[in-house]
Design a protein around this ligand. Structure first.
Ligand code: IMP
Ligand code: MG
Length: 192
């Protein structure tokens, strides 16, 4: 499956959100963030790795005001498509966030467990403010209620890949949000 010549696009069943829709929605989110933080001098975007890296890269460049970036590595999934429920910090921030205005940038909210954990972990460090921005939201799957301030797209209960999101650590480099063919999942579980 990870062979260098594997055709990733051939595994795509259909494209849920194409590049054009992604970019135009990200421009809108950036404008909203610029307006909401117009009086804030020390905005810090915290990217949730790994899935958030593509969204952060486009969102940061669409925000035309100064801001800083930091990264946090969080793991909540194995190589399957269901959350394990247990959230683990595998890479922490490089700096304290006490008194800072923090915006968490996440790829997707599914059960809400990951962001709920991150939110209380970061709130314990006494930031001046803490908000959440997610590119994708699956409302039908929510188990834990988390306040989300910025949502790119509400999507149906489908496992999606691309634009930073993976299945079994691949497909992150697809430039759009896509749903994989059912055979792809069956194939992986056969081999495991
Ligand atoms: P939650 O803790 O259940 O909200 O899951 C959040 C994390 O699960 C995200 O940061 C993703 O890494 C992963 N995840 C949830 N749904 C999907 C999906 O449809 N595709 C890929 N990753 C997903
Ligand atoms: Mg993730």
């Amino acid at each position: 499956m990870k062979k260098a010549n594997h055709d990733l696009e051939a595994d795509v069943d259909y494209i849920l959100i194409d590049e054009k829709r992604l970019q135009s929605r990200i421009r809108q989110l950036a404008q909203q963030i610029e307006a909401d933080y117009a009086d804030v001098d020390d905005l810090l975007l915290i990217c949730v790795l790994k899935g958030g890296f593509v969204f952060l890269s486009d969102l940061s460049r669409a925000i035309k005001r100064p801001h800083e970036l930091d990264f946090m590595g969080v793991s909540s999934y194995g190589s399957g498509t269901e959350s394990s429920g247990a959230v683990q910090i595998i890479m922490d921030l490089k700096q304290p966030i006490t008194g800072r205005h923090v915006l968490i940038v996440e790829d997707i909210i599914d059960s809400g467990r990951t962001l709920n954990y991150m939110r209380s972990n970061l709130l314990a460090r006494s930031p001046a403010s803490l908000r959440i921005c997610t590119l994708l939201n699956k409302p039908a799957r929510r188990e834990v209620d988390v306040p989300v301030d910025y949502i790119g797209f509400d999507i149906p209960d489908e496992f999606v890949v691309g634009y930073g999101l993976d299945f079994a650590e691949i497909y992150r480099n697809l430039p759009y949000i896509a749903v994989l063919k059912p055979a792809v999942f069956a194939h992986l579980f056969e081999q495991d």
